[in-house]
Design a protein around this ligand. Structure first.
Ligand SMILES: Nc1nc2c(ncn2[C@@H]2O[C@H](COP(=O)(O)OP(=O)(O)OP(=O)(O)O)[C@@H](O)[C@H]2O)c(=O)[nH]1
Ligand SMILES: [Mg+2]
Length: 257
């Protein structure tokens, strides 16, 4: 554990959730350590059958900046992140970063995210703002991401262009207010759920452009059920929010007898 701080942000923990990322975990951790030597890394592994957790332990033994959380089994991305956030809070970090293990989120872009966090509460590395891009994605993945983000923006009415993106940095204060224990999402709708809570709590969310690359090694965990979960959850949140707004508007105020 280090006491080193990123200027203007404080002590930073990069959380990398892993499930069967044996081919990627060493590479990504090395790139993070090289890109921003002052940050710590927490690998949150869901007992990967391919031995990812063992490799992470080897790295942690060699480098005091690297830590490993071994979880009992595959419980989804959101659960792994929430456990990682709790670990960060317990260990006194000022900010946390979310990063995939598969190389889609370039550690070399991390300084730009952290620099943006100096003037924001949350930063999203965005594929869908000017300057952002996706490299080597098949058409169906592009359509899914653009369509999903368009639907989310219309239904929830928040200005975020890449609410499903997973490369992010948060100040700890944002997570303290997010009531993480009640997050319901299991799959990647977790990204939208947390963004939605941060937005509703009135925090500043800034999007910085990133170049998102397709994974080179290992298998995707994206599935039809993950997409379906995101779709119905976003719809439910949107309907609830409109109902609440309507209720507030209809409520008699003290100004009227
Ligand atoms: N701990 C944990 N990590 C997970 C779980 N599901 C996915 N991950 C990790 O979350 C990150 C993102 O998962 P990916 O499979 O890359 O999902 P994706 O980026 O939407 O899809 P592709 O890039 O197309 O494979 C990776 O680091 C995965 O190893 C899970 O259940 N538990
Ligand atoms: Mg990926």
């Amino acid at each position: 554990m280090s006491d080193e701080a990123y200027p203007g942000v404080g002590r930073v923990l990069v959380i990398i959730p892993t499930y069967n990322e044996a081919e990627n975990v060493r590479l990504i951790t090395g790139r993070v350590r090289q890109s921003v030597p002052d940050v710590d890394v927490l690998i949150a592994d869901d007992n990967s059958p391919d031995g990812t957790g063992r490799i992470a332990d080897e790295m942690a033994a060699d480098d005091p900046h690297v830590h490993v959380m071994h979880r009992a089994g595959k419980e989804g991305l959101g659960a792994a992140y929430i456990a990682g956030f709790t670990w960060a809070r317990d260990h006194g970090y000022d900010a946390v970063v979310q990063m995939d293990a598969d190389g889609s989120h370039a550690p070399e872009e991390l300084p730009r995210l952290l620099t943006a966090l100096r003037d924001a509460d949350a930063v999203i590395g965005s594929r869908w703002v000017r300057g952002g891009q996706v490299v080597d994605w098949p058409m169906h993945r592009l359509l899914l991401s653009r369509g999903g983000n368009f639907y989310t923006r219309v239904v929830l009415g928040m200005g975020v262009k890449d609410a499903t993106g997973g490369y992010r940095a948060y100040r700890m204060s944002v997570l303290d207010k997010a009531e993480l224990d009640s997050i319901q999402s299991q799959g990647y709708s977790y990204q939208v759920e947390l963004t939605w809570r941060i937005h509703r709590n009135g925090f500043t969310i800034v999007e910085v452009p990133i170049t998102f690359a397709e994974r080179e090694h290992g298998l995707s965990k994206m599935s039809g059920s993950i997409v379906k979960e995101a779709l119905w959850r976003v719809t439910v949140w949107g309907v609830r929010s409109r109902r609440d707004t309507l209720r507030r508007a209809m409520r008699p105020t003290d100004r009227w007898p």
